[in-house]
Design a protein around this ligand. Structure first.
Ligand SMILES: [Zn+2]
Length: 337
């Protein structure tokens, strides 16, 4: 009997995932999307947790006392950067400022906010739409989300759009940075991090090709996006779409639209026969629904922007999230034909 109990106990121990203290690296990532990329690189060698839970809006997030304690115990904090984590300064101050912070978007080309409404014809002048390369002459200051109700500073040129992950090629850049950071912190396992990273990059390249093939069904003049807040710039730039307007001003989900802009938006959607307006699961779709109802456009309220969905959602991994968004956009735009 005792032997059976011991065997059962041993099996239980073996079935449990490695406890955080048994792995070489303890990593906290700010968002679930970033944590997913970090897990793909870390494999069994890193215990990765996400500061923000699934289905959370990073723009309106305030870290809890438990978050601060978790960050203080981590070997490394991974951030999206490019001005995304407005709460970072306070978090690091409260965590004692000792944790190593890695901004994974370093080396990526950064788009400005406020590209909205610029037609694709503007880009035929061969002018790069990018502000520059993050960390190589370009630094991005975090935007405080409660400024969004005023007119500034979100719309000013020069402010960075941090939603880089909406282009899978940028996530390949994240993976390179994560491999480098993990290898520096745990040199003994550098070749494993490199191999894991290479495998994940192959999946990201396949995803990029899949999305490109999927959206190729949409005629050029129908590649129009109106979203709730400004988060699809990188997707649009990569796959030949135009973000013609956003329902909320700027990058923040907490912004408000004034009645005149709302009326103009409704007229524009109606006159240009825009087939669909896209809202994000983490944002309030109310105004998008008003625009849709008044203009005759369809409204899609299920795009994922800031965060993965839960385990039984269609977006429980980054790759699934991107595939789901691309399929949903394609179906909605083609339904208007
Ligand atoms: Zn956002």
């Amino acid at each position: 009997m005792l032997r059976h109990l011991l065997t059962a106990a041993l099996c239980l121990v073996l079935a449990l995932p490695a406890a955080a203290q048994d792995v070489p690296l303890k990593v906290t990532a700010t968002t679930t999307i970033l944590a997913d990329a970090a897990r793909s690189v870390g494999g069994d060698l890193a215990a990765v947790s996400s500061l923000l839970p699934p289905d959370t809006d990073g723009h309106a997030y305030e870290p809890t006392a438990a978050d601060i304690a978790g960050v203080a115990q981590a070997d490394m904090l991974l951030t999206v950067g490019a001005g995304y984590e407005t709460f970072l300064g306070r978090l690091l101050e409260n965590a004692g400022g000792r944790v190593e912070t890695v901004e994974v978007s370093r080396g990526l080309e950064i788009l400005p906010l406020g590209l909205v409404g610029h037609s694709r014809d503007d880009e035929e002048h061969d002018e790069s739409p990018f502000l520059g390369v993050l960390g190589e002459g370009l630094e991005c200051e975090p935007h405080e989300h409660d400024d969004a109700v005023t007119d500034e500073p979100e719309h000013e040129h020069g402010s960075c759009d941090p939603h880089v992950w909406m282009n899978p090629r940028n996530v390949i850049g994240w993976v390179d940075n994560i491999v480098a950071a993990f290898s520096a912190a745990d040199p003994a396992n550098a070749s494993a991090y490199r191999a894991n990273g290479k495998r994940y990059i192959e999946q990201l390249e396949a995803l990029d090709a899949e999305i490109e093939a999927l959206v190729s069904d949409i005629p050029d003049d129908q590649r129009i996006l109106i979203t709730n807040h400004e988060f699809m710039g990188y997707f649009a730039q990569r796959y030949g779409f135009e973000v013609v307007a956003t329902v909320l001003p700027g990058m923040n989900t907490g912004g408000e639209i004034d009645p005149q802009t709302l009326a103009e938006l409704i007229i524009r959607v109606r006159d240009e026969h825009v087939p669909a307006i896209f809202a994000e699961v983490s944002a309030n779709p109310q105004i998008a629904e008003v625009v849709a109802a008044e203009s005759g456009a369809a409204v899609v309220t299920s795009l994922y922007s800031e965060s993965l969905g839960g385990a039984d959602s269609p977006a429980s991994t980054y790759i699934d999230l991107m595939r789901y968004n691309a399929q949903t956009i394609t179906a909605a735009l083609l339904a208007g034909e």
